[in-house]
Design a protein around this ligand. Structure first.
Ligand code: PGA
Length: 225
């Protein structure tokens, strides 16, 4: 989602699709949540969420944002375990479990991100990595969306083969049959959205760079309708 306020305003100014047959969500940075929520408060097909939440409900955790505060603001979902948060914040299974619990307690639906690095894929470890990452869900019983995002596909323009996407998604469904959906993320563009959407087990997309401009994001929505 747009990183600047002017980018965000441009996004809404240029958004043309009035209603869509697909569910749409925006996950802006924390500071832009109020603007996005106020723009979309009458648009029931859009859900708004944050890109992370604290492991804690409240207390002295300067700089962190709790799931409860996000819920109070009007968020419906929260990303947990995005590969950039995993790497930069050194997330552990334990911290991810806590975040999942905080989201559930607050009434937010987690979008739980998993995915292998390029080295892990090249050494044939993809499914082992996905299994280990899904271990964070062992004790979790709430509603959840899972996003399979190969780390090496995020922001690089590279995507797995359709067979690889299908293999990963069917594996995730096998291990997490109660998930409400398994999204694919990583270099989704208007040019590849239709073929990726047709892969068995793909319920939707988590789009990064191609969601920053309304006209490009609309093309992705249109191509899967
Ligand atoms: P991308 O990003 O669509 O730009 O590859 C995906 C993401 O950040 O989750």
């Amino acid at each position: 989602m747009a990183q600047t306020l002017s980018g965000l305003e441009g996004f809404f100014k240029n958004w043309k699709l009035s209603s869509s047959k697909v569910e749409l969500g925006l996950l802006p940075s924390f500071v832009h949540l109020p603007q996005v929520l106020s723009k979309l408060k009458t648009e029931s097909e859009w859900w708004v969420g944050a890109q992370d939440c604290s492991t804690e409900i409240e207390g002295a955790f300067t700089g962190e944002v709790s799931a409860r505060s996000l819920k109070e603001l009007g968020c419906k979902v929260v990303l947990i375990g995005h590969s950039e948060r995993r790497q930069r914040a050194k997330e552990t299974l334990e911290s991810l479990r806590k975040k999942l619990d905080r989201a559930k307690e607050a009434g937010l639906k987690p979008v739980f991100c998993i995915g292998e690095t390029e080295a892990e894929r090249l050494s044939g470890k993809t499914l082992d990595i996905l299994r280990a990452q899904l271990g964070a869900l062992e004790a979790y019983s709430g509603s959840i969306l899972i996003a399979y995002e190969p780390v090496w596909a995020i922001g690089t323009g590279k995507i797995p083969t359709l067979n690889e996407v299908e293999e990963a998604h069917s594996f995730v469904w096998k291990l997490a049959p109660k998930a409400e959906g398994v999204l694919y993320g990583g270099s989704v563009k208007a040019e590849n959205a239709r073929e990726l959407a047709a892969v068995s087990g793909v319920s939707g997309f988590l789009v990064g760079g191609a969601s920053l401009k309304a006209d490009i994001f609309e093309k992705i929505v249109e191509s899967v309708l």
